[in-house]
Design a protein around this ligand. Structure first.
Ligand code: NAD
Length: 473
């Protein structure tokens, strides 16, 4: 049998490819590595593949999750400080709260339960199987909290995770990965359940969309990345996209409670949480009373002229249809935003607001600007307020809120708004388990519909049927 030169070269290339794919699993550099941070994407995926195969018992997953919770609690402040220092966004104290929230209230493996169907023809078992290696693209706005939250949810489902950090938050994202990996290794000997590359970029994130060895792609970010993933990925996609959550205050609301809720929610982490209140729509009859109550909480009302001056500084291409937030100003303190407008507010002020009347097209209402500056719109009636809320939510299917004691209003808005989260009479954060019932997540899957993600989101359902036996009745 004669073998052509090309065939030999092709066989050699194949063997080398196989060797390089398996080498990282045994290479000492990768066993210890830099606690999950790799030079090459292929190395990271290979290490994560080896890692998830090691968490093959529920007891081990529970142990790993317990270890991660503790490590996240112990490092909540350090990671919060790093995030603010690196990204310039948000508030340290709020980020500490966010890190603790995800450490404590992200559900673990106990959230998964198999189910059984028993009948005359036998028994069928439905089990929660891992996807294997999950790719998770993470935002700059909640860098550490998203790693902690995704790690707990995805490992609970028996998976490992390749993260694609936002380049502007790479140090803190990588440090969160290292901290969790070190703690897991110390407690179980397993490394690399969480991995990423040392130099994250949009290009590396895009390679993950089609990277071999990954079956599920989870994207947490704005509209552009969700669109890019939708267009190119050949994997199952779960997308946690942008929002522009409106909150309506009607004439029946407990006004001081509504003002306190909105002040707390909209100013949390300087408004960079995707679910935070982004525009307030008040029914005219109570608008002045509401504004006084909001000011009493510590918010400062600014004039439309001052808002315009701020917009020229903090938005790109303003005025104009393509205007958008300047990332340098996203998540800055209210005092810094005020200074951009040429005036000062007390350091204690966490929120600015501007009365824009009936201007639904106002730039601060239309844009998801993620700054602690909210427009207050005045609608004639609740029906009009709801109509505006629908316009401003833009079908993003994210979050909306209502302050009301009218059950018909609650019912009407719940049905029409069609958002993944709908929060009544509390800060929107309550919908993420902070002051409301339910678990938390930093990945609220909106356009693809998985909602507030958890361990159950990140498993494949597998069915096993036995015909004619194993029933006990
Ligand atoms: P971003 O969209 O700029 O970046 C998110 C991630 O996507 C980053 O890792 C970035 O590197 C990557 N990315 C961006 N464009 C890409 C492209 N074209 N191809 C491949 N990768 C790309 O978002 P951000 O500023 O970091 O975060 C804020 C945005 O994320 C807001 O719109 C917010 O509403 C949204 N968000 C949503 C949720 C949710 O759970 N639904 C949670 C947090 C943030």
């Amino acid at each position: 049998m004669s073998v052509q030169r090309e065939q030999i070269e092709s066989i050699v290339a194949e063997v080398l490819k196989t060797l390089s794919a398996t080498a990282p699993l045994t290479s000492p550099a990768i066993e210890t590595g830099d606690w999950g941070v790799f030079e090459q994407l292929e190395q990271a995926v290979a290490a994560a593949t080896a890692a998830y195969q090691q968490i093959n018992t529920i007891a081990l997953r529970e142990k790993v999750v317990g270890i991660m919770r503790q490590a996240a609690r112990d490092n909540a402040r350090r990671l919060a400080e790093m995030a603010v220092e690196e990204t310039g966004m948000g508030r340290i104290e709020d980020k500490v709260k966010k890190n603790l929230l995800v450490a404590d209230r992200t559900p673990g493996p106990d959230f998964l339960s198999p189910s059984a169907i028993s009948g005359d023809t036998g028994l069928t078992l439905v089990e929660n199987a891992p996807w294997g290696v999950i790719a998770s693209v993470t935002p700059s706005t909640n860098p550490a909290a998203t790693v902690i939250n995704n790690a707990i949810s995805m490992i609970s489902g028996g998976n490992s995770v390749v993260f694609a950090p936002h380049p502007a938050a790479k140090w803190v994202t990588q440090e969160a990965i290292r901290i969790l990996n070190r703690a897991i290794h110390a407690g179980t000997g397993i490394n690399n359940l969480l991995v990423c590359v040392r130099e994250p970029s949009i290009e590396v994130a895009q390679r993950l969309f089609t990277q071999e060895g990954i079956n599920l792609l989870v994207v947490t970010g704005g509209e552009a990345v969700v669109e890019a993933a939708r267009k190119t990925t050949n994997k199952r996609l779960m997308a946690a996209g942008a929002g522009n959550p409106p909150v309506v205050v009607d004439e029946t609301a407990d006004i001081s409670r509504a003002a306190e809720s909105i002040y707390t929610g909209a100013s949390f982490d300087n408004n960079i949480v995707c679910a935070d209140e982004k525009e307030i729509i008040v029914v005219e009859q109570v608008a002045d009373e509401f504004k006084r109550a909001l000011s009493a909480c510590g918010a400062v009302e600014i004039s439309p002229e001052q808002a315009d001056t701020i917009a020229r500084k903090v938005l790109i291409d303003y005025p104009g249809p393509a205007c958008r937030p300047n990332p340098k100003w996203v998540g800055r303190d209210a005092a810094e935003i005020a200074a951009a407008g040429g005036f000062s507010v007390p350091e204690s002020c966490r929120l600015l607001f501007v009365d824009v009347g009936r201007d639904v097209d106002n730039v601060f209402a239309r844009l998801e600007q993620m700054m602690p500056l909210l427009p207050v719109l005045r609608a004639d009636t609740f029906d009009e307020a709801l109509e505006w809320a629908l316009i401003l939510e833009r079908g993003l299917l994210h979050t909306a809120g209502l302050h009301s004691r009218n059950i018909d209003h609650m019912d009407a808005m719940a049905k029409k708004i069609n958002s993944s989260l709908f929060v009544k009479n509390g800060p929107h954060l309550a919908g993420l388990g902070a002051g409301g019932e339910g678990w938390t997540s930093m990945t609220i899957s909106t356009p693809t519909g998985e909602g507030v993600t958890n361990a159950r989101t990140f498993v494949r359902l597998r069915r096993c049927t036995l015909v004619g036996s194993f029933r006990i009745v």
